[in-house]
Design a protein around this ligand. Structure first.
Ligand code: SF4
Ligand code: NI
Length: 726
C-alpha cells in the first residue's frame, strides 16, 4: 500500500476511533456501564466485533474492550496486543475503522438517534436470510456500496441502472458537501428500496458499517463460521460474497479508512477520480484492491471484472433493460406513457394451448394502435393472447404458464404488470416508450421466456396483442369460459378428500417469508393458482415453487391446523411462521404477500368481517382504503384479523369457517358483491340463509361502521347471532 494511501487510512481510522471513544465516554457517563446496547433484529450483538474479536457486546461496558483494541490497531496507544494477523498498518487501520464505527452506531441506537428518512440504518438478520437465498440461487450475483454523489445526476442514474440490469444490489452511502447519490436519484425520480435493488443506507461515512457488518454476518450465518474465527470469516467474505465499493470524486481520509476495511474483507474499491493512487497487489482481495476508472460508462463493468462477479445478463431483444431487479418497480401515474385495464378499461391476458400446426413460433402481431399512438390520459383496452404448442403441453398447464406473465413482463424496465386474467392492469412508462419499447416487445419477452423456462413442455409460442375495443371484447368472451372451466375443475373437491396440499412460494421474491398454502377449497391469494394448478406445476417442475405438503397429524380440524402443514410452513418461511391455520382469520391466519385479490378484515363493532377488493378505491367501514390496508397486511407476516385472499375463496365452504364462515360477511364493495353474487347466494343457501347477499352492506349503503351497523340491524344480518369475534 502506498505511503499516501496508508497515511490517509490511518488518519481516517483515528478519526473514527476518536469518535467512538468519545461516544463511549458519554454513554458511560449518561447511561452507565450496565446499560444494554445492541442493534435491532440481530442475534450477533455488534456483528463485526463478534466475528473479528469474538466479543458478545451486550452492555456499554463491553464496548470498552473494542475501543481499546481499535486504539492499539491505529497506534494511538501502542500495545503488543495485535492479535489480528498483521496485515500492514493500513489494513489494521481499516479494521479499526470498522470496529470503531460499529461502536459509534451502537451508541447512536442507544441514544435513539433518528435514521434519516428512507434510509435503512442497521440491516437486520431477516434481510440477510432473505437476500441470502437470492445470492445462493443466483438471482442476485453480488452487491455494490456506492460512496458519494456522482458528478452528474445522469451518471448517477446510469450507474444504478447498470447495476440493476445485472441484478446487483446497490447500497447508497456517504455524502460530499452534504449531497449524496440518494439526493440525485430522488431528483431524477428513481424508485428506491429493496424491491428495486437500490437501497439508501445512511448519508454519513459511519453508516458504511451497516453494509459491512451485514455482509460479515453472511460468514456467521451461511458460512457457519464461529465468532472470533476472524480468518475463516474474512476468507468467507472474500470467497463467497461478491461485493465491491464504488467511490465518486476525490477520496477523503474517512472513506479511505472504510475502504481499507472493505479491502480486508476482500472487497475491492473502484474510484472514478483521476488522482486516486491505485493499490494493485492482489492477495487480500482476489484481484486488485484499489483501482481507478475515470470513464463512467466503464465503471460498473470494470468493478465486476475486478471483483470477479459472475453476472448472467438476460439476453432479450428489447430496447429496455430486463432483469429481476425491475420486478418490483412501480410506474407512477406521472411517469406513464399509457395504461391498460385495472379499473380503467378492459384488459385480459389469456394463454391457451393449440395444435402444433396452429402456432407459428416467434410470431408476434399487434392489432390496433400502439403505445406511442395512445394519449396518456385515456386508458385503452388490451388483450394479450398467447398461444403455445408442445408435445408435452396439456390444457391443465395453461393456468400455470399464464401466471408467469406477471414476472416475465414486470422484469422489463418501465413495465408494470398487476393482477391476472381479466383483472389485468398494465402500465408502460414514458421512458420505456421513448427508448423504443412497443407492444410487440411484450410478445418478444413472452416468446423468449416461455421457451427458456418451459422449453420442456412448450415448443412454439405465438403472441397476439389487441388494443381495438371490439377485439378485446371478443378475446374476453373467449377467455371467460376457459377461466371458469379452470376454476370449476376444482370445485367438486374438498379439503378432506385429499391428504396433500400444495405450497406456492413464487411471491417470496417480494415477501421472503410468505408461503401460500393452497387447498382444494382455498386457492392462492392472487386468485391465479388453485390446488390442481399446484399439482400440475409441481409435475412440470418438481423442484419449483409449488411443492406438495402432506397434511399429517390433525391438530385442530376446525381451525384447519395440521402438523405436516405447520412443519412445512415453518421450514419454508425462513422460520418466521410457526403455526398456520387454514380456516381462521383470528388465529395464525395465512400470511399475505401483496397480490391478494381481496383483503378480509374484521369489523369488531359489527361482529363480522368485510372484504375489500383491489379495484375498489373508496372508503371502507374500517376507515382505511384498500391501498392503506394492503400496506399493513402485505409483506409476508401473519396479521390476525386481516388476511389476503382470492375472490373465489369468499364463497368457499372453508371461508373463515373457524369463525363461523360466510354469515360473518357484513360488507363488500358493490361491484365485487354483484360479480360473485350467484356463488355467495348458493353457499348461503347451503348454510340455511335466504337472501343473504342482500343483507351484505356495500358503499352505496354506508362506508362507516355506524351506518353499516344500522343497516345490519334493519335487515337482521346473521352476524349478530354468532359468537363474539373478539
Ligand atoms: Fe403463489 Fe400465492 Fe404468490 Fe399466488 S399469491 S403466486 S399462489 S405465492
Ligand atoms: Ni404475491
Amino acid at each position: 500500500m502506498s505511503r499516501e494511501v496508508m497515511s490517509a487510512v490511518i488518519r481516517g481510522a483515528r478519526g473514527f476511533v476518536r469518535e467512538a471513544e468519545e461516544a463511549l465516554q458519554a454513554a458511560l457517563e449518561a447511561k452507565g456501564p450496565e446499560q444494554e446496547v445492541g442493534f435491532p433484529g440481530t442475534a450477533f450483538y455488534l456483528p463485526m466485533a463478534c466475528a473479528l474479536m469474538g466479543v458478545e457486546a451486550k452492555k456499554v461496558k463491553d464496548l470498552e474492550a473494542i475501543v481499546e483494541h481499535c486504539k492499539s490497531l491505529v497506534g494511538m496507544e501502542p500495545t503488543e496486543k495485535m492479535w489480528l494477523p498483521y496485515l500492514g498498518r493500513g489494513l489494521d487501520g481499516g479494521v479499526a475503522a470498522l470496529l470503531a464505527q460499529e461502536v459509534t452506531c451502537a451508541i447512536r441506537y442507544l441514544n435513539e438517534e433518528k435514521i434519516e428518512a428512507e434510509h435503512t440504518g442497521f440491516i437486520s438478520d431477516a434481510i440477510l436470510r432473505e437476500l441470502g437465498i437470492q445470492l445462493v440461487d443466483g438471482r442476485m450475483p453480488g452487491f455494490a456500496a456506492i460512496l458519494g454523489p456522482a458528478p452528474t445526476n445522469k451518471i448517477a442514474v446510469d450507474t444504478v441502472r447498470e447495476l440493476q440490469q445485472r441484478s446487483i444490489l446497490a447500497f447508497l452511502l456517504c455524502n460530499t458537501d452534504g449531497r449524496s447519490m440518494y439526493d440525485q436519484l430522488v431528483e431524477e425520480g428513481v424508485e428506491m428500496g429493496w424491491n428495486t435493488y437500490i437501497v439508501p443506507v445512511g448519508r454519513d461515512t459511519t453508516s458504511a458499517i451497516y453494509v459491512l457488518n451485514w455482509a460479515m454476518r453472511g460468514a456467521l450465518t451461511f458460512g457457519g463460521h464461529k465468532k472470533g474465527d476472524y480468518e475463516s470469516c474474512l476468507r468467507y467474505c472474500r470467497e463467497r460474497i461478491f461485493a465491491f465499493g464504488l467511490t465518486f470524486g476525490p477520496i477523503p481520509d474517512d472513506w479511505y479508512a472504510v475502504g481499507a476495511g472493505a479491502i480486508v474483507m476482500g472487497f475491492p474499491v473502484i474510484s472514478d477520480h483521476a488522482s486516486t493512487p491505485e493499490v494493485r497487489p492482489t492477495g487480500v482481495t482476489t484481484y486488485e484492491a484499489l483501482i481507478r476508472e475515470t470513464d463512467h460508462s466503464k465503471l460498473v463493468p470494470r468493478a465486476i471484472e475486478v471483483r470477479g462477479v459472475k453476472v448472467k445478463v438476460e439476453e432479450i431483444d428489447i430496447p429496455v433493460a430486463y432483469a429481476a431487479a425491475f420486478e418490483g418497480e412501480r410506474v407512477r401515474r406521472e411517469d406513464m406513457q399509457t395504461q391498460y385495464g385495472g379499473k380503467y378499461s378492459n384488459a385480459v391476458e389469456f394463454l391457451r394451448s393449440r395444435e402444433s400446426d396452429e402456432v407459428e413460433d416467434g410470431r408476434v402481431e399487434v392489432i390496433g394502435p400502439d403505445l406511442d399512438e395512445a394519449s396518456p390520459d385515456v386508458s385503452l383496452d388490451l388483450g394479450i393472447l398467447i398461444e403455445v404448442a408442445g408435445r408435452k403441453m396439456r390444457p391443465d398447464f395453461e393456468g400455470i404458464l399464464e401466471r408467469q406473465l406477471h414476472r416475465y413482463l414486470n422484469n422489463a424496465m418501465g413495465v408494470m404488470h398487476i393482477a391476472q386474467r381479466d383483472q389485468l392492469w398494465l402500465r408502460v412508462s414514458k421512458d420505456a416508450c421513448e427508448a423504443g419499447f412497443r407492444l410487440k416487445h411484450l410478445g418478444t419477452i413472452l416468446h423468449a421466456k416461455f421457451l427458456e423456462e418451459y422449453g420442456g413442455i412448450v415448443d412454439k409460442v405465438q403472441v397476439t396483442v389487441y388494443t381495438e375495443a371490439d377485439k378485446v371484447a371478443q378475446l374476453l368472451q373467449e377467455a371467460g369460459p376457459a377461466f371458469d372451466a379452470r376454476d370449476a375443475r376444482v370445485r367438486g373437491m374438498t379439503d378432506e378428500s385429499v391428504d396433500t396440499f400444495y405450497s406456492c412460494t413464487i411471491c417470496q421474491s417480494y415477501a421472503p417469508n410468505h408461503v401460500c398454502v393452497i387447498t382444494p377449497e382455498r386457492l392462492g391469494l392472487c386468485g391465479a393458482y388453485n390446488w390442481l394448478d399446484g399439482q400440475a406445476s409441481h409435475e412440470i417442475n418438481p423442484t419449483g415453487p409449488n411443492q406438495p405438503i402432506k397434511k399429517g397429524q390433525p391438530i385442530d380440524p376446525k381451525r384447519g391446523e395440521w402438523k405436516g402443514v405447520n412443519d412445512f410452513v415453518y421450514a419454508h418461511s425462513n422460520r418466521a411462521t410457526e403455526q398456520f391455520s387454514a380456516y381462521s382469520l383470528m388465529e395464525n391466519p395465512m400470511t399475505s404477500c401483496g397480490c391478494f385479490e381481496v383483503i378480509v378484515a374484521i369489523l369488531p363493532e359489527c361482529n363480522g368481517v368485510i372484504g375489500v377488493s383491489r379495484e375498489y378505491q373508496g372508503e371502507t367501514p374500517i376507515g382505511m382504503p384498500f391501498s392503506t390496508l394492503a400496506g399493513s397486511v402485505g409483506g409476508g407476516a401473519q396479521t390476525p384479523g386481516f388476511v389476503g385472499v382470492g375472490r373465489l375463496y369468499l364463497s368457499s365452504r372453508k371461508f373463515v369457517s373457524a369463525e363461523g364462515g360466510l354469515p360473518r360477511l357484513v360488507w363488500l364493495p358493490k361491484e365485487l358483491k354483484e360479480a360473485i353474487r350467484p356463488q355467495l347466494e348458493a353457499r348461503a343457501k347451503e348454510m340455511g340463509f335466504e337472501n343473504f347477499v342482500d343483507k351484505i352492506a356495500d358503499e352505496t349503503i354506508a362506508t362507516d361502521s355506524d351506518g353499516v351497523m344500522a343497516f345490519l340491524e334493519k335487515v337482521e344480518h346473521p352476524a349478530f347471532t354468532l359468537d363474539p369475534l373478539m
